[in-house]
Design a protein around this ligand. Structure first.
Ligand SMILES: [Mg+2]
Length: 174
C-alpha cells in the first residue's frame, strides 16, 4: 500500500514549497498536465500557471510536462509555457521516467513528480524512487480517468483505515 502514498500532499501546485524542494536537491519537476496544470479538456493555461512556471524557471528548475495525454495536446502547452514535454508517458510504467533520467542525466534524488493521481503519478514516481507530490484534481475526470479515480478512492479508504493517508489532510514530509 505504501507505494501509493506521496511524499508531499498539497491542495494545488500553488501550495507547494518549491524553495524547500530546491534546498533538498530537487532540480527537475515533472508536471502532470490534466487536472494538475489545467482542468481536463481545457486548451489554455491560466495566467497564474504561466506566472508560476516562469518563476520556477527563474529558480533554475528544469520543468517538463510529463503526461499520459496524446503528444499533440501536450505539445501545445509545452510551446505556450516554453518547457520540454513528454507526452503519452504511460504512467505508472517506469519506461518514460527512465527516459528522463537518461536524456537529462538526473538521478532519482534530483527529480520530483507533481500530479493529481495516485495510480499514475504517485505510483509511477514511487516505483522509480523520485519525490512524489500529490495535488487535488482541478476539475472533473474524463471517461478514462474515472475508472482510475474509482480505484483510487478505494485505495484512499484503505489507507485511511490504516491511518496512512487521509484525503484532504495535506502535509509536507520532505
Ligand atoms: Mg492528471
Amino acid at each position: 500500500m505504501e507505494k501509493y502514498i506521496p511524499d508531499i500532499y498539497k491542495k494545488s501546485i500553488f501550495d507547494i514549497d518549491y524553495k524547500k524542494l530546491k534546498e533538498n536537491g530537487i532540480k527537475c519537476l515533472l508536471f502532470d498536465l490534466d487536472n494538475t496544470l489545467v482542468p481536463c479538456k481545457q486548451k489554455k493555461v491560466s495566467a497564474e500557471v504561466q506566472e508560476l512556471i516562469y518563476n520556477l524557471k527563474k529558480l533554475h528548475f528544469k520543468i517538463i510536462i510529463f503526461s499520459n495525454s496524446p503528444r499533440l495536446r501536450v505539445r501545445s502547452f509545452g510551446e505556450v509555457l516554453n518547457v520540454d514535454i513528454l507526452g503519452y508517458a504511460r504512467k505508472p510504467f517506469k519506461y518514460s521516467f527512465q527516459k528522463i533520467f537518461k536524456k537529462y542525466k538526473y538521478t532519482e534524488n534530483e527529480v520530483a513528480i507533481i500530479g493529481d493521481q495516485m495510480l499514475t503519478d504517485v505510483l509511477g514516481g514511487n516505483k522509480v524512487g523520485i519525490t512524489t507530490i500529490l495535488v487535488t484534481p482541478l476539475g472533473k475526470d474524463t471517461f478514462f480517468t474515472k475508472i482510475n479515480r474509482f480505484r483510487e478512492n478505494n485505495i484512499m479508504l484503505k489507507l485511511r483505515d490504516h491511518s496512512l493517508f487521509t484525503k484532504g489532510k495535506y502535509y509536507d514530509e520532505v
